[in-house]
Write a protein that binds this ligand. Structure first.
Ligand code: ITT
Length: 182
C-alpha cells in the first residue's frame, strides 16, 4: 500500500496543483483546507515549518505545508514572504504598477515545502527564475501566474497547460525533492 500525506492549505487552487504534482510522483495525497498559522518571518522555510508543526498538532498525521512567494528583483525581493497579503491587497495590477517604466523585470518564485510527521521534520525548496510580463496574459493557474514568464519561455504560467507549469515550477521542484525523500 502506498504511503499517504495530507496537503494543508487554505488556497484550493494551490492544493489541487500540489495534489496533481504528487500524483505524478505516485504519491496519493489529500487536500485539507485549513487556515495556516501565519508566522511573521521573512524566511519561507521558517514560515512553512512552523505552520506545518501547528497543523500537525491538530491533525496528528503526516502532512506538508507549502509556503511560496514571488520575489521581484527591482523591488528588492518584494512581495516575497508577503505575497499572499500583497496579492489580496493590490493584486497583479499593483505589482505591474510598481514596475512601470522599470527595465529590470527579473523575478523568481520560491516554494518552501515543510513535511512533518510524528518523528520526522524536513524542509524542501524549489525555485523557478523568470521575469514579470508587461501585462497579464492567460487564464490558467492562480495568483501571479498571469504575469510570470519562466526562463526560456515567452508565455506566462497562466498561458501554459497545467502539466507544462508542473514540469518546471518552483512548487514542482520542491515536491520532487520531497517525493524522492518520501
Ligand atoms: P496557504 O498559505 O493557505 O497555503 P496562500 O495562498 O497564502 O495559501 P502562499 O502563502 O504559499 O499560499 O502563497 C502566497 C501567494 O503567492 C499566493 O496567494 C499567490 O498569490 C502567490 N503564489 C504562490 N504560488 C504561486 C504560483 O504557483 N503561481 C502564482 N502565484 C503563486
Amino acid at each position: 500500500m502506498g504511503k499517504r500525506v495530507a496537503i494543508v492549505t487554505a488556497n484550493r487552487a494551490k492544493g489541487e496543483e500540489a495534489k496533481r504534482i504528487l500524483q505524478g510522483f505516485g504519491i496519493e495525497a489529500e487536500v485539507v483546507e485549513m487556515e495556516k498559522l501565519e508566522v511573521q518571518s521573512e524566511v519561507l522555510e521558517e514560515i512553512a515549518l512552523r505552520a506545518a508543526r501547528a497543523a500537525f498538532e491538530v491533525l496528528k498525521r503526516p502532512l506538508v505545508v507549502d509556503d511560496s512567494g514571488l520575489f521581484v528583483e527591482a523591488l528588492n525581493g518584494f512581495p516575497g514572504p508577503y505575497s499572499s497579503y500583497v496579492f489580496k491587497k493590490i493584486g497583479i495590477r499593483g505589482i505591474l504598477k510598481l514596475l512601470e517604466g522599470e527595465a529590470n523585470r527579473s523575478a523568481y518564485f520560491k516554494t518552501a515545502l515543510a513535511f512533518v510527521s510524528r518523528d520526522v521534520e524536513r524542509v524542501f525548496v524549489g525555485v523557478v527564475r523568470g521575469r514579470i510580463a508587461e501585462e497579464p496574459r492567460g487564464s490558467r493557474g492562480f495568483g501571479f501566474d498571469p504575469i510570470f514568464v519562466p526562463e526560456g519561455e515567452d508565455r506566462t504560467f497562466a498561458e501554459m497547460e497545467s502539466w507544462e507549469k508542473d514540469r518546471i515550477s518552483h512548487r514542482a521542484r520542491a515536491y520532487e525533492a520531497f517525493a524522492k525523500f518520501f
